[in-house]
Design a protein around this ligand. Structure first.
Ligand code: HEC
Ligand code: HEC
Ligand code: HEC
Length: 196
């Protein structure tokens, strides 16, 4: 005979197994899971981090190691090598500023803003405009979308006149991604580089 407590545990385990099988079955059979099951599964999945906004929220100035890993310049150097192992990313911006692991997106845009005239559809000095690099590279990235919960508002703010501002610097935000109301206007927010 099982003691009262034992019996309770055995029944509990059995019910747990039935519930687990039911979840497995509904997922495996492709049936719509009940809202409760769906919510539980979502909880178990890798939840995105709290919202981050502004390039340097993820690409910190200086990077995280001696090679400047994750800094914007390091990302640039890696992607140039990925295209051609023998190529090097430039080291100086047109205004004479040396590119370092501290460099922020406004400096990148000196060469990677959209070109005009015979450079239309290209970068002004660089082959590609920055938007043509970072839009696909982030929006097709599982890490960006699922781990960071990234979207357009990770990098942008929509201004009152309907234009899209760029957020080159880390923005202080609450758990919803809403900017700190004591630090407005958003520090560093930039109008489109075509207007500079
Ligand atoms: C929420 C985090 C996050 C923010 C904010 C962010 N990035 Fe990224 N960025 C990533 C991740 C993650 C990758 C790597 C994507 C991959 O390979 O899956 C990446 C990759 C890149 C790359 C490499 C591009 C390539 O072709 O692989 C560049 C350049 C870059 N980011 C620039 C920027 C700029 C400029 C901004 C601001 C306008 C920015 N990022 C904002 C997370 C972020
Ligand atoms: C002096 C002009 C200049 C500046 C400033 C500049 N770039 Fe570049 N960038 C280039 C040129 C030129 C290339 C092409 C190099 C090659 O492939 O030989 C390039 C290539 C790249 C690539 C590779 C794109 C691809 O997929 O082929 C990325 C990413 C990039 N730059 C990001 C950046 C970022 C981020 C910054 C700011 C930290 C920056 N660049 C600043 C000129 C510049
Ligand atoms: C990783 C950062 C990042 C993400 C995510 C991102 N953008 Fe951008 N976006 C940029 C950069 C960098 C530029 C070029 C800014 C410049 O040249 O001034 C740009 C430019 C633009 C522009 C042109 C106007 C302007 O301010 O230059 C529009 C419109 C735009 N993005 C819309 C979007 C939309 C819509 C999404 C979401 C589907 C999105 N962006 C996601 C970084 C990002």
């Amino acid at each position: 005979m099982l003691s009262g407590r034992r019996k309770f545990i055995v029944i509990g385990v059995a019910l747990g197994l039935v519930a687990a099988l039911a979840v497995t079955f509904s997922v495996a059979s492709g049936k719509e899971a009940t809202p409760t099951t769906g919510a539980k599964l979502a909880q178990a999945a890798d939840q995105p981090e709290a919202p981050r906004r502004g390039c340097t929220a993820c690409h910190p100035q200086g990077g995280i190691d001696a090679n400047g890993k994750y800094s914007l310049l390091n990302e640039a150097q890696e992607r140039v090598k990925a295209r051609d192992e023998t190529a090097e990313h430039p080291t100086v911006a047109p205004d004479g500023t040396a590119l370092t692991f501290q460099t922020t997106a406004d400096t990148c845009l000196q060469c990677h803003k959209p070109g005009t005239g015979d450079r239309a559809g290209k970068g002004a000095f660089a082959p590609l405009a920055l938007r043509d690099i970072v839009h696909p590279a982030h929006m097709f990235s599982t890490a960006f979308k699922e781990h960071y919960g990234g979207n357009c508002f990770t990098c942008h703010n929509v201004a009152g006149d309907g234009t899209w501002q760029l957020l080159p610097l880390k923005v202080d935000v609450n758990e919803k991604g809403v900017p700190d109301d004591e630090k407005l206007p958003i520090p560093g927010a930039l109008p489109a580089s075509e207007t500079w």
